[in-house]
Design a protein around this ligand. Structure first.
Ligand SMILES: [Zn+2]
Length: 478
């Protein structure tokens, strides 16, 4: 029998704090005891001795992009010469299902060389194609795609690149909003399947997400509210976004190549402060981090203590001490070490490598560090992220920055920490609280944590409850 959607459940035979317990839950945990008797008609979920944890919260994810990515063509074509790689991509494009837009993700110039519309036309000219760089920063369209987006060489639009002769070259930098608007206006926008993504997140034990997309606005807020109401999104959603939002973090995308005037940035921060909002800075380089802290120093309430750094891909000790003094957490993505680490090893040297996606070293200097996914750009599974935080191993099994290893518990603690507590490092013991009276957001593992922790990437979830409702039940028949 499927328990999905059940709202009052007796969980039997769960493992909690080193002992076997039963839990009775409605929207909150009502009762925890050694042997609870099912009330008449009460649904029973047998945890099979699995560890019960608070549900996980992914503090950095892009919900719509992740949903779209799972229905997209993978343009990560492996190693070889550029010509070989382009052949492989041409084959994938030729065998893509459907007849309209092909949406590709995860292209990298080390494999495919620099792409523009003409290079893409050579690979596929009979269907509109748009391909996203693996950084998420850039889209490349073929000629048919550009036509469908109704972009003209005479338009002056931010991020729409031209070649030396003034022709559109198909590259659109950091303007996802433009693509989304044009797709919508021209009927080419296929709504990504958010429902599938949400169910997959539930399967991973995730009960809440923070969508960190910089372009989130009032409309996004309404969309998320609706998707939550209709149950298409099961998880609790926190939103950061642009200047139009009245709550949530203001997300500031810093790009070392195109830093804004400092005064403009300070003004944006101050305007957000007047709404009671805090600020989240996208910082992947040292320069971006220096700039973010300079802006904060000039802005109102620089010691609010609740601003945050996203990624913190490169943080040296000096910057870490400054972050520690401000109580600013780094929301990091150890998963990048796993998926991109082999490329980092080929591209970077010395301190570039040792300062990369630090974890332990930052914590030792007093910076709260929280692991998250950045899906779809990093691996979505918290269990893969936790495993990589503990072993720092790339796909090929080579360690990057082994001094930055933390325990699996420390990495998991971040997923169990509420957003309101990110500004101080919460220990696993403190974060891992399953007690009566708290919301029934639960992740029940298959097996005890002590049995799965050393191979966390293989952790399987027995069931996930969100507000007492069963969002995932591995025992339910398909
Ligand atoms: Zn992100």
């Amino acid at each position: 029998m499927s328990l999905i959607g059940c709202d009052i459940v007796l969980i039997k035979n769960a493992w909690l704090n080193g002992g076997s317990v039963d839990l009775r839950v409605s929207d909150a945990i009502q009762e925890i005891g050694p042997h609870l008797t099912p009330a008449p008609g009460e649904s029973v979920l047998d945890a099979g001795g699995g560890e019960v944890l608070p549900g996980l919260h992914d503090h950095h994810i892009h919900v719509f992009a992740a949903a779209a990515a799972y229905g997209s063509l993978d343009c990560d074509v492996g190693s070889g010469t550029v010509a070989d790689c382009r052949d492989r991509l041409a084959q994938r494009l030729a065998s893509a299902t459907g007849s309209d837009w092909i949406r590709g993700v995860a292209y990298h110039e080390q494999q495919l060389g620099e792409l523009d519309r003409w290079a893409l036309d050579a690979l596929c000219r009979d269907r509109p194609v748009r391909i996203q760089h693996r950084s998420g920063k850039l889209w490349v369209c073929n000629t048919l795609g550009l036509e469908l987006l109704q972009l003209n060489a005479s338009d002056q639009i931010a991020g729409v690149e031209r070649d030396s002769q003034g022709r559109l070259n198909g590259r659109i930098v950091r303007n996802d909003a433009l693509i989304a608007q044009r797709l919508e206006a021209t009927g080419g926008g296929v709504q990504p399947d958010v429902q599938d993504l949400s169910r997959m997140l539930a399967q991973l034990g995730i009960v809440g997400v923070t969508d960190t997309s910089a372009h989130n606005n009032q409309q996004s807020q309404k969309d998320f509210d609706r998707l939550r109401r209709t149950g298409e999104i099961l998880q609790r959603v926190e939103l950061m976004g642009d200047d139009s939002l009245d709550s949530g973090y203001l997300k500031i995308l810093l790009d070392a190549d195109q830093l804004p005037p400092l005064d403009d940035l300070v003004q944006r921060i101050n305007a957000a402060r007047t709404k009671g909002r805090n600020v989240a800075f996208h910082c992947v380089s040292h320069l971006e981090l220096v700039f973010a802290l300079a802006a904060l120093a000039d802005a109102a309430n620089p010691e609010a203590g609740f601003d945050r750094i996203e990624h913190g891909s490169v943080v040296n000790d000096e910057m870490a001490l400054r972050l520690a003094s401000l109580g600013m957490p780094v929301i990091t993505q150890p998963g990048f070490i796993y998926t991109k680490g082999d490329r980092y090893l080929a591209d970077l040297t010395g301190s570039e490598l040792s300062d990369l996606y630090r974890f332990r070293g930052l914590q030792d200097l007093g910076v709260p560090v929280i692991a998250s996914s950045d899906a779809p750009y990093g691996p979505v599974s918290p269990w893969q992220v936790i495993s990589t935080a503990a072993n720092r191993q790339t796909l090929k099994g080579i360690a990057v920055g082994p001094a930055e290893r933390v325990s699996a518990e420390q990495a998991l603690a971040g997923y169990l920490t509420p957003t309101s507590a990110l500004h101080r490092q919460v220990s696993f013991a403190e974060a891992n609280q399953v007690v009566a009276g708290t919301p029934a957001d639960l992740c029940i593992l298959q097996g005890k944590w002590s049995e799965v922790r050393d191979k966390a990437e293989r952790a399987m979830v027995r069931a996930t409850l969100i507000g007492g409702s069963v969002a995932f039940d591995s025992g339910s028949e398909p």
